[in-house]
Design a protein around this ligand. Structure first.
Ligand code: KDG
Ligand code: MG
Length: 403
């Protein structure tokens, strides 16, 4: 028995906002969970403080599954990103505590390592195709085996994935949403050129990825997938907003380009049809928005039965606590595919000292007991919360569309 004595939420902003749950047992052991939901951070903080923490005090921290069920089934109002990020934070912190009690890194509790390291993809981006390809060459020189390509689109002032500061992309860039303008025809013309030039410069021994960020219809996505086939992309991500899972049947009928989806999903139900009908190749859910390590393992098991591999979301709005948890999951899950990796700022790395390391295009979670990540609370207090929104997107005629 490891009785939970207290739990509290720490909100800080070392370059961007993070919400962290810290659970403490009566023996003085602590566990951390990431609860960050970009642009809606305080809602999760309140959900935890007002509704979840009071129910945790006095429970046995070892009963991870029972606590997960209690918070999910017991809430009556199930699912949704706020609820599931809060449950994920509790679940992650409890795995951290269990690892510390056992004196083992969490991946050992999940069945041990299935591979030597976790292949990650870096983010090459630029205002033009030439600039993006030059950035991709740098990632290749640093040893990356997989690189995502996002380039500015001629005729559009801005687009998703293209950053002013190449390494630290933070789309939540203003205290009210920035308005972007989108044109599908302009975009559809520019991506095949980007991939053609990238293959010319980088060759065929590196995986190339691309994120559409929910902007196409199924038939448009089928066309883009087909146009990219000659360049053998590793995946085309979030080609279509996926509330309508059956929509992916149309994409599948038209292209053999592998499809990835799911960074905004929060339970297995969001992905059930996509996985069971084998409409996708990679499931993008990660620990913080996917109900924690416990729920993500359930998703991965369903995926494994259906030839779907994992490809956890890993943008900078997922804190080092989530990254550490994802790496323990990645290294131990049989149907791992790839892990997204976007560098955090130096300030963030200092607030969250961690055991995971990068070498030869792979991350390793390290051997520290638990997750191998801590929070320097004094330093965190020096970076108070700042309101920040993700952008919104309009078509050229002013209609709202997906960002
Ligand atoms: O908060 C939103 C970001 O995490 C998202 O825009 C990043 O799409 C993304 C990705 O693939 O990293
Ligand atoms: Mg994405």
């Amino acid at each position: 028995m490891a009785k939970i004595r207290s739990a509290r939420v720490i909100v800080c902003s070392p370059g961007r906002n993070f919400v962290t749950l810290k659970i403490e047992t009566e023996d003085g052991l602590t566990g951390l969970g990431d609860a960050t939901l970009n642009g809606r951070e305080l809602s999760v903080a309140s959900y935890l403080t007002d509704h979840v923490i009071p129910c945790l005090i006095g429970r046995d921290a070892h009963q991870i599954e029972d606590i997960w069920q209690y918070l999910y089934r017991g809430a009556y109002w199930r699912r949704g990103p706020v609820t599931m990020s809060a449950i994920a934070a509790v679940d992650t912190a409890l795995w951290d505590i269990k690892g510390k009690v056992a004196g083992l890194p969490v991946y050992q509790l999940l069945g041990g390592a299935c591979r030597e390291g976790v292949m990650v993809y870096g983010h090459a981006n630029g205002a033009t195709v030439e600039e993006t390809v030059a950035e991709a060459m740098k990632y290749k020189a640093e040893g990356y085996k997989a690189i995502r390509l996002q380039s500015g689109v001629p005729g559009l002032a801005s687009t998703y994935g293209v950053s002013k500061d190449k390494k630290f992309y933070e789309p939540a860039d203003a205290d009210l949403p920035t308005e972007n303008v989108w044109s599908t025809p302009k975009y559809m013309r520019s991506v095949p050129e980007l991939f053609a030039k990238a293959r010319e410069a980088l060759g065929w021994d590196v995986h190339l990825l691309h994120d559409v960020h929910h902007r196409l219809t199924p038939i448009e996505a089928g066309r883009l997938g087909k146009d990219l086939e000659p360049y053998r992309p590793f995946w085309l991500e979030d080609a279509v907003a996926a509330e309508n899972q059956a929509g992916f049947r149309t994409i599948r009928q038209h292209t053999t380009t592998p499809l990835a989806v799911g960074e905004v999903f929060n339970t297995i139900w969001d992905a059930k049809q996509l996985i069971e009908e084998q409409l996708i190749d990679y499931i993008r859910m990660t620990v913080v928005h996917g109900g924690g390590i416990t729920h993500l393992r359930r998703v991965a098991s369903l995926a494994d039965l259906n030839h779907v591999r994992t490809g956890c979301h890993g943008a900078t709005d997922l804190s080092p606590v989530c990254m550490a948890a994802a790496l323990h999951f990645d290294i131990s899950v049989p149907n791992f595919g790839v892990q997204e990796y976007m560098l955090h700022t130096k300030e963030t790395d200092k607030v969250f000292p961690h055991a995971y390391t990068f070498k030869d295009g792979m991350l390793h979670p390290g051997e520290a007991p638990g997750l191998g990540v801590e929070i320097d609370e004094d330093l965190a207090a020096k970076y108070p919360y700042r309101r920040a929104y993700l952008p919104v997107n309009r078509l050229e005629d002013g209609s709202m569309t997906n960002w």
